[in-house]
Structure formats: C-alpha cells, structure tokens
Design a protein around this ligand. Structure first.
Ligand code: ATP
Ligand code: MG
Length: 436
C-alpha cells in the first residue's frame, strides 16, 4: 500500500522555500572593512554604485567572523557576467555553462559570480528538453536560490556592501556562534548530490577547529562510499587544498577517523606514523610561509608500500627492476584515486628511488647524490623515515653529518666509510644493474 502511494504520488521536487533572511547590522558583527582585501572592496563599491546588489560570500565571510585571515575574497551579485564585464576593463569571463567574472589586479584575482540557482543541472536539463538548447537564463537566480546551493551554514553568509550588514538565510550566524558545521538541507541528499562535500567537511573541521552537527555527522559516516563516484581530478584538487591548509595532520587524523583516508590515499595502515610525521613537517613549513610539495608528501605516504613491494619483488628481480615494477603498480593505483600529473609521478618516483642510493656510501657516490636535483626532498624523507622509527638511525645520522659538513670534512667522512658490512650487497646490486 505504502509503495502504491509512493508510486502514484508525484515525485517531490525540492520545495521552493520562501526564505526571509535575518539581517545582522554592522554594530552586531565583527566583519570590518579594514580586514577586507582592498581590491575586493573596490569591486563591491563599483557594483553597488552601478545599482547592483553586491555581497562578499562564502569562505571569506566565515573566516572573518571566526577571526581567521581569508585566503580569497569571493563576490556574489545580481549583475549578469556581461554586465560585470562592462563595468570593469580589467575583467575576463571564464567558464562555459556558468560564467564567472575574474577581475584582475596584477596577478591578484577577485572572482565575481552571478547568483546561481540550486539545481542548476536539473534546470538545464529541463531547458534542453523544452527547446533543444541550454537556456542560459535558467542558470542564474536570486540570492534566495544562491544560498540554497551552498553546502554548510557557515559558508552561506552574505556581507552586504550597501549597509555593511550580514544577511543570513539559513541560520549560519548561529552556527558560527556555536562553532558547528551543519549541512544546509538534508545531509544525505546534499552529500549524494556532490560527495566532495564529505572532504570539504573534514577540511573545515580541521582548519576551523569546530565541531560537527550530529545529523550531518551521521550522514557523513554513512556516505563515505560516495567518494568513489568523484573524478580523480576533483579529488586531487581537494587534496591539494588539504596539503596547503597548514592543518594537514589534523585533517588526516579526521579522514582516518571517518574512514575516508583510503578513499583518497593508497597507504600502508601499519605505517601511518610516517604519514603523520610528514604532515606535521608540512604544517610547520606552511606556518613559516614555505611552500609544500605535493610530490614530497605523496612520496612519504607511498614509501612504506613501495619499500615493502620492492623487497618482495627483489626475490625474483634485480632491485632496480623490482623498484620500477613496484613504483609502476603503486603509482597507477594511486592515480586512479587522485589524478597525479606525469610531473608529480616522476618526482615521487625519484624521491623514492633515491632512498636506496643513500645506502651507497663508498667512493664518489655520496657526493654525486648531493648534486642530484631531488637530493633535498629525498634527504628530508630519509630523516622523516628515521624519525618515524624505521631502523635507519645510523644511516640518517651519517647523512645528516655529511650534509652539514664542509668539503674537507666530507672527504674525511668518505674515507672513514667501512668497506665491509651491508654495502657489499649494494655493490653487487650496482654491478647487476649496470650490466642490464
Ligand atoms: P576555502 O576557500 O577557505 O577553502 P571556501 O568555503 O571559500 O573555503 P571555496 O571552494 O572557495 O571554499 O568555495 C566558496 C563557496 O562556494 C563556499 O563557501 C560555499 O558556499 C560554496 N561552495 C564551494 N564548493 C561547494 C560545494 N561543493 N557544494 C556547495 N557549495 C560549495
Ligand atoms: Mg574560498
């Protein structure tokens, strides 16, 4: 009976909510124009003076309210892209289906998006069926539509340049006050619609140091498998944001806690300590405004697997061939999850393969290694491996000494290398690979 009713009842389309916003006047919030990027302010004022509505929206409003420094300042407006272009000579329109305006100030870009409807694809589909072509007007909407396509309440606040108030349609201000991440609408539907929101949730939890609403959390846990449907290109984009966040360690621990880690990374569950140490190392670099290298991090993540697999194959293959085979397999599998460019794959391969060369300490080998373009990354990984508990303390110690030494001291260190011991085996390996 229930089924019958379900069958005859027309499928419910998302009801058009009549939203009335809460307006938080300037006196009641802490977003100050002093903290807003001057270029973004210029764009907002220009749009406003031309008679359009103009708001800061998304991550920048959220970050300012939480006392963090925003990465970028995004603007939403009711002006159509062509109208935006007419107002700014330094404007470039990008995107096919949904056009965005980029206003360029040197190499600094302010992104201006026209209000968009929530079910963009559905509407376009409908438009297509009606007259065989995309009716572009259907893509754009009102601010009331725009707010509903956003993911979390804290990401859906609009700062109005007309009176410096904050416009809140979905209770985002309460979420900010309670420091809680809450999905707008039905979390299951919204995660299904775009599973990248799972990873975004984790990123925000780590970066903003906030808690997650229980209902959102319940569906986050239940929806992990949806990530399989996301393209490896989009996943990689999202992972890059995590790498650069400065809170990578916390992010990875949360990914692990919510069983999402293996959806994005190939890794050895027994060797997470190296992953965590590499993440901490990279967070420290971000803190002092150094760049982080995705290839270095991925090399650290993949190293335990690569080492194990190489050792397994070494039973039947010379080591260099064993390593090549292991690296091919592992990089192929990792690339199915994250779209790694050839360049990144090559860098990972080199950083990993140099780990074996650290064992060759006789003759000129160490001096040659110092000159290798990937030496620095490989050396950093060697030290992290030792720190993570791999039994290579002596080797890492020697290299640290060698690396920090003057040329004279280096020559002395090379003289002191004992010709016996484990290096005999390595020289055999060298001969074999050279003869190949
Ligand atoms: P940050 O820039 O600090 O990483 P952000 O929230 O600004 O975080 P962006 O990717 O810059 O993230 O997106 C800007 C805004 O667009 C978000 O705040 C959100 O409102 C909306 N948004 C982005 N991606 C999605 C998504 N996958 N689903 C729904 N809304 C999204
Ligand atoms: Mg942003």
């Amino acid at each position: 009976m229930k089924k019958l009713i379900q069958a005859i009842r027309p499928k419910q389309v998302s009801p058009k909510l009549v939203l009335s916003p809460t307006i938080i006047p300037r006196a009641e919030h802490n977003v100050s124009r002093r903290d807003i990027d001057s270029h973004a302010l210029k764009v907002l004022y220009r749009l406003h003076e031309a008679g359009f509505h103009a708001y800061l929206v998304g991550g920048c409003v959220r970050d300012l309210l939480l006392g963090q420094r925003p990465k970028d300042f995004d603007i939403a407006t009711n002006a159509h892209p062509e109208e935006v272009r007419r107002l700014f000579k330094n404007c470039r329109l990008i995107g096919k289906r949904f056009r965005l305006a980029h206003i360029l100030f040197g190499n600094h870009i302010i992104e201006v998006a026209t209000f968009r409807t929530h079910h963009q694809n559905a509407l376009e589909q409908h438009a297509k069926m009606r007259d065989g072509m995309i009716v572009r007007d259907n893509v754009y909407g009102l601010i009331e539509d725009d707010v509903l396509r956003r993911d979390y309440g804290i990401n859906a606040l609009y700062y109005n340049i007309a009176d410096f108030s904050i416009v809140d349609f979905v209770g985002g201000m309460n979420d900010i006050k309670q420091k809680v991440l809450r999905m707008i609408g039905n979390p299951l539907e919204r995660f299904t619609e775009d599973p990248v929101r799972l990873l975004r949730a984790i990123r925000f939890l780590a970066k903003l140091d906030i808690t997650i609403d229980p209902d959102t959390e319940k569906h986050l846990i239940a929806s992990a498998r949806l990530l399989e449907q996301v393209s490896n290109a989009r996943l990689f984009q999202e992972i890059l944001k995590m790498f650069e966040s400065g809170t990578l360690l916390k992010t990875l621990k949360l990914l692990q806690q919510y069983n999402l880690l293996s959806s994005v990374f190939l890794h050895s569950p027994q060797h997470l300590s190296l992953v965590y140490i590499a993440a901490q190392n990279s967070d420290d670099r971000v803190r002092i405004q150094k760049t982080v290298s995705p290839a270095f991090l991925l090399a650290a993540f993949l190293w335990p697997l690569l080492a194990t697999k190489t050792a397994e194959l070494e039973g039947v293959l010379p080591r260099s061939l064993a390593f090549d085979t292991a690296a091919n397999d592992i990089l192929k599998e990792q690339t199915q999850k994250l779209a790694l460019s050839r360049l990144i794959q090559t860098a990972i391969r080199e950083i990993a393969s140099l780990q074996f060369r650290f064992h060759l300490r006789r003759g000129n080998a160490p001096l040659k290694l110092l000159d290798h373009p990937r030496f620095r990354a490989a050396y950093d990984l060697l030290l992290l491996r030792a720190e993570s508990g791999e039994p290579i303390a002596e080797l890492a110690g020697w290299w640290k000494q060698f690396h920090d030494a003057t040329t004279e001291e280096q020559l002395q260190l090379l003289k002191d290398v004992k010709p016996s011991g484990p290096f005999k085996k390595r020289s055999k390996f060298r001969k074999r690979t050279q003869n190949r």
